[in-house]
Write a protein that binds this ligand. Structure first.
Ligand code: ARG
Length: 421
């Protein structure tokens, strides 16, 4: 490839993959200048230190963008959609479009003509990043995938060139951390039968270690706004609940995950705040939404979650689903009390001014409500399951019930069509 004077922006973490991409973008792709961009979605401080140090050692122009607030907002949108994918609350998946947008902004501001990531050709992230970038007119480059690099090759290449990859986050497991979840995969954990040791967990204590605790979460329009009466912005609220629920070992997921390319992978996640907020939110919906809204919303939530897993939260379908979600969330205002104990986080109380609930109607102690009496249910009870009874009789080769008999519930004509006489 011919050398050009063009500039490429690289999604940069300071790990092995993105570190080897820096010289490769120059040597193999002919770019004159590489800039590295690290986006803050709530990773631990050490990750930024590592990125900073590695960038410096590489002589890489390095930008750090704080996108925590945008990311937290998207996490809260996901709460309104009760979003999870196969049981995982989507931390990595939701972060990727936010990261991709932030890098694209820097790339455009800095006059880059291309944008690159260090993802392999096996995972989901390549698809999530590129879905955002390919909507721009920048060229998209994926050196690890395009050059067919392996970790082994990368390590040798880094050693040969004396690239700064020592220490850092190259431990046994591959970890991805942000505000919403911490994911641990690889090494021994790749064996679906391998029981993970306690030390893979950093956010969650061993369940049972803490005293039972109640926590009260307040929602406005489906958005979490306060914990135990204290209003907090989304980032602070998530941090706080990760701490509180984490002490109880709440929010561990050990699962087989079906990736977008069809591979199954064994994944371990921790997500205390996400679990607490999702459980509380769904409990509040249970109080304020009608049965049919709840039932239909399950399908909407499922679709929303799948698009989010794919990194496609900008899809027109998601806009349409958001329209439905927004209209239901107008009433999702109120408070839920959660009980935290032994790795569990159970709703144990809920209150709202919008409750679709009449205590007197549901109570066993009241005879008449709104002019409706117990006995009014008799007719409903007679019809309940009627079609099924009829079908069973037909299948059993019996004659359909005869037309109106004295005192019977049946009002059939003898052709059995159910037409009334
Ligand atoms: N499989 C998950 C997802 O696609 C998360 C993977 C996180 N990466 C990691 N190295 N732990 O959303």
């Amino acid at each position: 490839m011919t050398t050009n004077t063009e500039k490429v922006a690289l999604a940069f973490s300071g790990g092995l993959d993105t570190t080897v991409c820096v010289p490769l973008l120059k040597e193999e792709y002919g770019y004159d200048e590489v800039i590295g961009v690290t986006v803050d979605v709530g990773q631990p401080a050490e990750e930024f230190d590592e990125a900073e140090e590695t960038a410096e050692a590489l002589g890489l122009d390095h930008y750090v963008v704080d996108a925590q607030a945008e990311f937290a907002d998207l996490c809260f949108d996901s709460v309104r959609a009760n979003a999870d994918y196969q049981g995982y609350p989507l931390g990595t998946a939701l972060a990727r479009p936010v990261i991709a947008e932030a890098i694209l902004d820097v790339a455009q501001e800095q006059g880059c003509t291309a944008i690159a990531h260090g993802c392999t050709g096996k995972g989901n992230d390549q698809l999530r990043f590129e879905a955002v970038w390919r909507a721009s007119d920048l060229a998209v480059i994926a050196p690890v995938r395009e050059l067919g690099l392996t970790r082994e090759w990368e390590s040798e290449y880094a050693a040969e060139r004396d690239l700064p990859v020592e220490g850092g986050n190259e431990g046994a497991w591959s970890i991805d951390t942000n505000l919403w979840s911490r994911s641990v995969e690889g090494d021994d954990l790749e064996d679906p039968g391998y029981v993970p040791p306690e030390d893979i967990y950093e956010w969650t204590d061993t369940p049972g270690n803490a005293e039972t605790e109640l926590v009260e979460i307040e929602f406005e329009d489906g958005y979490p706004v306060a914990v135990d009466g204290e209003e907090m912005d989304p980032v602070a609220l998530i941090d706080h609940l990760n701490e509180v629920a984490g002490k109880h070992g709440v929010g561990r997921t050990d699962m087989m995950e079906d990736r977008m390319l069809g591979l199954k992978v064994r994944e371990n996640y921790e997500h205390p705040a996400a679990t607490a907020l999702l459980n509380a939110h769904e409990a509040l919906e249970g109080l304020v939404l009608t049965q049919e809204e709840r039932s239909f919303k399950k399908q909407v939530d499922q679709q929303w979650s799948e698009k989010a897993y794919q990194g496609l939260v900008d899809a027109p379908l998601v806009d349409a689903l958001d329209g439905f979600i927004a209209s239901t969330q107008e009433r999702v205002t109120g408070t839920v009390t959660l009980k935290l104990e032994g790795g569990q986080c159970r709703p144990v109380g809920r209150e709202s001014d919008f409750a679709v609930y009449s205590e007197s109607a549901a109570s066993f102690n009241t005879e008449t409500v709104d002019g409706i009496e117990q006995a009014d249910a008799t007719g409903v009870a007679k019809y309940h399951g009627f079609q099924g009874r009829l079908a069973k009789q037909v299948i059993g080769g019996q004659e359909a019930p005869a037309a109106v008999t004295d005192g019977g519930a049946s009002h059939l004509t003898d052709d059995g069509t159910g037409d009334e006489e």
